[in-house]
Design a protein around this ligand. Structure first.
Ligand SMILES: [Zn+2]
Length: 334
């Protein structure tokens, strides 16, 4: 599989264990995840050089999601790969001949599925996590979108970034809609999405490196004594002012030809507070105002994309920040 250009690399411990598949660049113009997994592989190799007895359990694989879009440095070629994973699409695409797939992203989906499934078949892990790494056009804030499974949320809590609920009810066909136990009933498999910051910032790469390490440790891969606390500290510190968990309350969907544009006199960052009635954007129908008080998320500052912005509500404002560790027995079961 080494001549498969979608595979960034893989590292295996001497002991069998959990399989972490780090999926990067499902949006082709988001290179931070790609750079982060390369950095993690480099650090694993350096550990072996510095500490002859360094080891862990399991396997980490790095994959490129939208290969063709990543080569062109665009979000997608024909359609958003992160809106294509509905049950109907997946079963149609899975059973199609590649030459009959005319949409570039349908070929990508088929190849990702074949690659992930062949890793699962060959390695035969009991526990699998798909960590889907993204960045945003807006500045500010790291966050996690978990699948609807509690074990996904638990992994997210261990990464130490705000956990945002409700997106899977609002969006259709994301990677997280497919990679869950419903579609892999014989495995303990889940997925989560980590948004690490702005598209091309160095910080986004650092956040993603820490998230990969924290995630694999929480799965029972890396041993906690081998992991520096700086990864947990970086993520905890950079999300200190953000809600611990929040709920999606509104999303502004863009229709083709809408000419959507965020207002130009004020640049919003992720998690900036907005108040009901506040002017946020314009389109061909006129002004677009906030319908609720809340925090703005992922305001769109690029041409490609179907979502103008989201508004979320802190559901844990008064609760103490939860930084406790999950007991190892639970971790190993994830
Ligand atoms: Zn993305």
């Amino acid at each position: 599989m080494t001549d498969n250009p979608r595979i960034i690399g893989e590292r295996s411990a001497s002991q069998h264990g959990p399989l972490l598949i780090v999926l990067t660049q499902v949006h082709g113009n988001e290179p931070a995840g790609y750079l982060a997994i390369k950095e993690v592989f480099k650090r694993i190799d350096e550990e072996y050089n510095h500490k002859p007895y360094f080891d862990y359990r399991g396997k980490i694989v790095g994959l490129i999601g939208n290969l063709r879009a990543s080569q062109d440095k665009v979000r997608y070629i024909n359609t958003d790969l992160n809106r294509l994973w509905t049950d109907e699409n997946v079963s149609r695409i899975k059973n199609s001949k590649k030459e009959n797939l005319n949409v570039s992203e349908e070929k990508e989906l088929q190849e990702i599925l074949q690659t992930v499934n062949s890793y699962i078949e060959n390695y035969e892990p009991k526990n699998v996590v798909i960590l889907d790494l993204h960045t945003t056009t807006a500045q500010g804030g790291i966050f996690i979108i978990p699948s609807k499974e509690e074990k996904s949320r638990q992994l997210g809590l261990n990464i130490h970034a705000p956990i945002l609920h409700g997106f899977l009810d609002d969006l259709q066909g994301t990677v997280l809609h497919h990679f869950n136990n419903k579609n892999y009933p014989n495995l303990n498999l889940t997925s989560l999405c980590f948004e690490s910051g702005q598209h091309n910032s160095r910080e986004s790469v650092d956040h993603a490196v820490s998230a990969i390490i924290q995630c694999f440790m929480a799965m029972g891969g890396f041993y906690p004594e081998d992991i520096e606390t700086k990864h947990e500290q970086l993520l905890t510190q950079d999300s200190a002012k953000l809600p611990k968990e929040a709920q999606l309350i509104y999303s502004h969907r863009i229709a083709p030809g809408d000419e959507f544009k965020m207002r130009g006199d004020l640049i919003y960052a992720n998690f900036d507070p907005v108040t009901k009635g506040e002017l946020l954007a314009h389109d061909r129908h006129g002004e677009i105002h906030a319908k609720f008080d809340g925090l703005i998320l992922m305001p769109l500052y690029q041409k490609q994309g179907n979502d103008g912005f989201f508004i979320i509500k802190d559901i844990n404002r008064d609760a103490p920040k939860l930084h406790q560790k999950i007991p190892t027995t639970t971790l190993n079961a994830i």
